[in-house]
Write a protein that binds this ligand. Structure first.
Ligand code: COA
Length: 159
């Protein structure tokens, strides 16, 4: 087992802290991300405000604007989290992240991508636009910070 690059973890956490509304309790902790990335099946991709990938490692790098985390199992991949900092939204960064994810997933011989979203998340527009289709629901799956329950909707897209 190897530890994930701390610089890439810093970049992911900077976006995480800016992007997720605490009301929904969706953000992961640094520890959760680090533990996920120890697994060879979990992948992280970080991009700048132009949607260009930022390589892991130290050294000069542009400010991170978004990331996507995913996990593949055999020929299927799950998009675990996607986020773009508020100041860089609606400029194609989320679209670029999913584009990079689809390209990387193809190199892993994946043929179907899944994701799960809380009902009412405007991210649904991004997923629809990029060819994801709803395939199921889990009633009351998520629990908000105030205790309210929200349904999860599962989407899938073939590669
Ligand atoms: C969802 C998210 C990643 C989208 O990132 P983004 O960089 O703004 O996405 P894009 O600019 O590529 O959007 C592409 C298209 O998706 C749709 N879209 C994206 N966000 C939208 C929104 N808030 N409302 C309506 N449509 C939206 C639009 O059609 C948009 O195209 P347009 O701007 O030309 O109309 C970003 O809003 C975010 O980080 N949200 C908070 C974290 C989150 O909820 N993540 C998803 C669950 S893990």
């Amino acid at each position: 087992m190897t530890s994930p690059c701390p610089h890439q973890l810093d970049r992911i956490m900077a976006v995480m802290e800016a992007a997720f509304d605490p009301a929904y309790g969706e953000a992961w902790t640094r520890r959760q991300v680090a533990e996920a990335l120890v697994l060879p099946s979990t992948h992280a991709l970080v991009v700048d405000a132009e949607g260009a990938p930022i390589d892991a490692g130290p050294g000069p790098a542009p400010a991170p604007a978004g990331f996507v985390l995913s996990r593949h199992v055999l020929d299927e991949e799950e998009l675990l989290l996607i986020a773009v900092v508020p100041g860089a939204r609606r400029r194609g960064v989320g679209t670029a992240l999913i584009g990079h994810l689809l390209a990387a997933a193809r190199t892993r011989a994946v043929n179907r991508i899944f994701l799960e979203m809380r009902r009412g998340n405007p991210a649904i527009h991004l997923y629809h636009k990029l060819g994801f289709e709803p395939i199921g629901e889990r009633r009351n799956y998520y629990r908000m910070a105030n205790g309210t329950r929200i349904d999860a909707i599962t989407f899938a897209r073939s590669l």
